[in-house]
Ligand binder design. Structure first.
Ligand code: NDP
Length: 247
């Protein structure tokens, strides 16, 4: 299993470099030159729903005896992906937006591998957690980071989704919340959230998912930031991409 994770981390490094060079063409960066497209709301559902399904399949058919810690981590994963696959797409304002099929397919692959590795760990190694794990500093610190990251992610996504009325398609400069400091607090929150999950669950699969999240979202935040600066001459000059005061 560890060899598989090392290989997967090698792919993450390649994806990170590729994403710095070519911005994935969905959302504001969408392009019609990447082949067939599908409705963006459906794409989010089709891309993200396999993740909790695969995680659950491997968790519930595992040997961990449904240890209460592993059970809680399974539930947190499920809650996140219920939002990402159903609630978030339904709240997107532009119901007609399209996404290239190739992006959706690559995201499905990404989700299947990450959920597969994490489901296997929680199902097979989830009984590793010793009595009193909730009070372990790794679990406490990771849990706080997870909660803070998830909160920042959802709060910031709410501000973005509120910039349009239903049916509107324009982009505006987001204000308030952590947008005072960075262009992409939602992406920053997601990176913090999965770093917290890795700390709290203390396993290699969760760590590789946290690294993959940074490999995907750090280049995307840099692209969003450049896009805002090019599009809005009055864009707040002190605002960074995703690390307040730094980058
Ligand atoms: P964005 O910030 O690009 O967009 C989020 C939503 O807000 C979209 O509906 C977008 O519309 C809308 N929006 C964004 N900016 C503006 C603006 N300035 N004015 C008006 N509307 C705006 O995020 P992504 O679509 O890239 O990602 C969505 C979520 O998925 C995020 O929370 C992210 O963290 C998560 N994610 C996680 C990944 C992982 O590896 N774990 C990978 C990718 C995403 P439109 O779509 O029309 O641009």
């Amino acid at each position: 299993m560890h060899l598989l994770i090392w290989i997967w981390l090698g792919v993450a490094l390649a994806a990170f470099i590729a994403s710095l060079l070519v911005t994935a063409p969905y959302g504001r960066h969408t392009k019609s030159t990447w082949g067939p497209t599908l409705n963006q709301r459906w794409a989010w559902f089709i891309m993200e729903a396999p993740s909790p399904l695969i995680l659950s399949l491997l968790f519930w058919t595992g040997t961990a005896g449904y240890n209460s810690y592993a059970l809680a981590f399974w539930a947190l994963w499920g809650l996140h992906y219920t939002n990402r696959s159903i609630i978030f797409p339904l709240r997107q304002r532009d119901a007609n937006k399209r996404m290239p099929l190739v992006i959706a397919l690559s995201a499905i692959f990404f989700n299947l591998v990450n959920a597969g590795l994490n489901g296997w760990y929680l199902g097979h190694a989830g009984d590793w957690y010793p009595e009193g794990w909730w009070a372990d500093p790794r679990c406490v610190a990771g849990g706080l980071l997870f909660a803070a990251g998830a909160w920042v992610n959802i709060w910031s996504d709410n501000i973005l989704l509120g910039l349009r009325k239903p049916g509107e398609t324009h982009y505006a400069i987001p204000q308030g919340g952590l947008f005072r400091y960075v262009s992409c607090p939602n992406l920053m929150g997601e990176m913090v959230q999965w770093a917290g999950f890795a700390l709290m669950t203390w396993n290699a699969a969760a760590l590789s998912f946290a690294i993959w999240t940074v490999a995907n979202l750090a280049p995307r935040a840099l692209s969003h930031h450049r896009w805002y600066r090019q599009r809005f001459p009055d864009y707040p000059p002190q605002r960074k991409a995703f690390l307040p005061g730094i980058l």
